[in-house]
Design a protein around this ligand. Sequence first.
Ligand code: ADP
Ligand code: MG
Length: 701
Amino acid sequence: MYTNPLHTKISYLKGVGPARADLLQKELGIKTLGDLTNFFPNRYIDRTQFYKIKELQDTKAEVQIIGKITALHTVEQKRGSRLVAIFSDDSGSIELVWFRGAKWIKSNLKLDTPYVIFGRINLFKNTFSMPHPEMELVTDYKKSLQTALQPVYPSTETLIKRSVSNRAIQKIIQQLFIDFKGKFKETLSDEIIQQQHLILKNDALFQVHFPESQELLAKAQKRLKFEELFYIQLQLLRNNLIRKKKIKGYVFEKVGAFFNEFYKNYLPFSLTDAQKRVLKEIRKDLGSIAQMNRLLQGDVGSGKTIVAVLSALIALDNTYQVAIMAPTEILAIQHFNAISKMLSKMSINVRLLTGSSKAKERKEIHEALESGALHILIGTHALIEDKVKFKNLGLVVIDEQHRFGVAQRARMWKKNNLPPHILVMTATPIPRTLAMSVYGDLDISVIDELPPGRKEIKTALRFDKDRMSVFQFMREEIEKGRQVYIVYPLIEESDAFDYKDLMDGYESISREFPKPQYQVSIVHGRMKPKDKEYEMQQFVAGETQILVATTVIEVGVDVPNASVMIIESAEKFGLSQLHQLRGRVGRGAAQSYCILMASHKLTNEAKTRLNTMVETTDGFKIAEVDLRLRGPGNLMGTQQSGVLNLKIADIIRDSDLLKMARYTAQDILLEDPNLELSKNSNILQTYMEIDRRTGAWANIS
Ligand code: ADP
Ligand code: MG
């Protein structure tokens, strides 16, 4: 019978005693032979070259030399002693130096015996030296598995202290391959291997640890990366299939009078192709028997609201109610105003419910909801209070999702026998590659096109010395009847330092733009909500021309007449925040501008961020740069997705492979959703094994 060697404990290997097995498990998480085969080098050193001592240069490079130790002595110093060996070949001599472990080395090193040494070269007082070299007798070296590229494995402080060197790890892995070379099970199907031009599992594992050439190493890495990404995709896609089968939803069978009447008579503009496509995707979901759980991504201003409205009308056509939830009161009011205006000529009952709704109003709303007289309820968190009961809630639209947790989504579900369909809208672009690997439980729609006639926002980077000309520019724009935002960073609302910057800025603006000619509003987190609301409304109504604010305006306010966004200390903001802020302008017909004010001393990363903003307004491009700068760990949703625990692939660098892996997984599930075909038996077995190991996170999403 075939037993899988991968499950065997590493202490089974020759040369790995219980103490070392324990250490490897604690430090590197390696328990079994399978863990060991998947413990991949993080780089390789070219060891095809041997150097002569007379060829050495002062480059700090790592080199390999063959020679003999001709003398050994200890040098006493104030701070401990060091062991020095004279190492010579036929062209010259260098010093080998040890600051630790002298005793062990002294008693084990052989004089006048050929060694291969390897390490970094230092030049000190005209003498080359190599501290703590890796050494091996030439006779042993010749016996070991010959490899052109020397793998370098990840290590830890403790391992180095306990003298488990890279060479030691390599020897353990060598033992593994002496015992099991060619005996590892194939994990992909012949079909995939052929289609993707991959090498076999056994070859890939061997070449990744003992590469015979750069070319074979590249093939090995490709094969192993593909496999890793493929199984993540297979799991995500399959979980999604299972969820759709399990979670039944209401079937919105028809598109009826509400939708058609609106579409024919009241649609304020013609939809973009992207809006049409997204709407089709949503309609298909709503008409199927599974509950919709869809993420609608679209840059600021791409026109997500109309998609929400049209989806709501489909729900109404099927006699269901709709809830539309926004993260702030200001946004909820804006949605309410815009949507009730759009629907004003139709007999549709739309109401607003927020934290400030009066008791009498609330009571009315509660009653109308339960009787079914109320069709669309727009509001904030207030919508998910227990008192709010719908007669027949069929669709929930959540705007600007990052403010709401999954838990809140779940709470809404309990209000019905079946869960309502859910449409989450976000203006935070998530790079496709990341979205692909993270959102297994959500289907994704993307509006990747702005409505026609939008003028690209002009963005410039300016410094303190330019302030006077920036003021002059503001005057000119205000002269034309435009409004201006000035935003200050406030990392923590309690940060006294940033707060002082804001107040200083407000004072100097008030001086430069004096009353009565100019009116300036200020909004920040230390103000009472009522005062904040008032100041905001003053700006929205056009009573004030300048709004000085902290990032409270970040989400969603719509003032089409505002055409200038000035961001102070722009280097302190992250890319996605800068992009969100810039999206506040460019909503009207006028040419809009974004001015990034920065200090002269910028880190390279800050320079990249600011230059990216100047160069592009494409949210997805900006998100890609953000992902490269910050890594996937900082983006939402990544924590439970497994993309952070990749062993060999890299979702940024290997995005093409990721796509291939996804398409391949899709094709396979389309043909064989339960992996029952005999040609897919390798896949089924591997899938089940991974699922057993990682079942924890697979079930979360
Ligand atoms: P967001 O995606 O940021 O929520 P909105 O839905 O608020 O964007 O739309 C931004 C602006 O663009 C609104 O003023 C809206 O009326 C307008 N708009 C949306 N879609 C179109 C379109 N297809 N043609 C013209 N204007 C549109
Ligand atoms: Mg919006």
